[in-house]
Design a protein around this ligand. Structure first.
Ligand code: PGA
Length: 253
């Protein structure tokens, strides 16, 4: 079944002490508000995962990445099994910052997704076009290519453990959000791409999040769209009050 999800992506922000404080605040607010229909996830830096998982009673925890190899001589890398051992249920993969700054290709992502699923982590898989691609009218092709190359080797059963996050790169951290019509148009398209491969039922059950300057002010409008199932929230997830407003907006629709 399709889920309503609001996931935070803290990126490379907060020291351990700050992260624990923020996670506690979010957890308490979610506990108090009890937004019954929404799954709340916080994506934190690796070193925070174990501590945040220990305190998380009303929220889930995601890593922001994992290694493309299972184990061994890969200095500085963190494996999917290690992420799982901290108590995480989710891992964010293919974020545009990983693709752009760390050379993450769909080929690498296929390996990461496989390891995540082997370790029983659900994957929040990010896709989205850059501004030049949108201006050239190539945004649908670009998004489809990343889905096909990154995910369509999976069985339908495995695909059930994928949450898609459409994040137009031009909207990330820029304060320039996609309009709700642009988001809806792309989410509908993404669902049709999934349907071509796995059928209508799987497509209907797939959770598709919007990300890119989604904030306390525009979340309500974005979540009113029938194919926008929730959000992947960067900057606004670092402020517990704003994040809670977004969660409430999701719960209200
Ligand atoms: P933003 O980031 O909300 O700060 O634009 C979203 C993301 O990169 O996941």
């Amino acid at each position: 079944m399709r889920k309503k999800i609001v996931a935070g992506n803290w990126k490379m922000n907060t020291t351990l002490a700050e992260g624990i404080e923020l996670a506690k605040e979010v957890n308490e607010k979610v506990k108090a508000a009890a937004p019954a229909g929404v799954k709340v996830i916080v994506g934190t830096p690796f070193i925070h995962l174990a501590d945040v998982n220990r305190l998380a009673t009303d929220i889930e925890v995601a890593a922001e990445n994992c290694a493309a190899e299972a184990k061994g001589a890969y200095t500085g890398e963190v494996s999917a099994a290690m992420v799982k051992s901290t108590g995480c249920k989710y891992v964010i993969l293919g974020h545009s910052e990983r693709r752009a700054y760390y050379g993450e290709t769909n080929e690498i992502l296929v390996k990461k997704v496989a390891l995540a699923l082997e370790n029983e982590l659900d994957v929040i898989f990010c896709i989205g076009e850059v501004l030049e691609e949108r201006e050239a009218g190539k945004h649908f092709d670009v998004v489809k290519k990343d889905i096909v190359e990154g995910l369509f080797n999976l069985t339908a059963e495995q695909f059930g453990h994928i949450v898609l996050a459409y994040e137009p790169v031009w909207a990330i951290g820029t304060g320039k959000t996609a309009t709700s019509e642009q988001a809806e148009e792309m989410h509908k398209f993404i669902r049709s791409v999934v349907a071509e491969k796995y059928g209508e039922q799987v497509a209907d059950d797939t959770t598709i999040l919007y990300g890119g300057s989604c904030n306390a002010k525009n979340a309500d409008e974005l979540f009113s769209m029938p194919n926008v199932d929730g959000g992947l929230i960067g900057g606004a997830s670092l402020k517990a009050d704003d994040f809670m407003t977004i969660i409430t907006a999701r719960n209200n629709h």
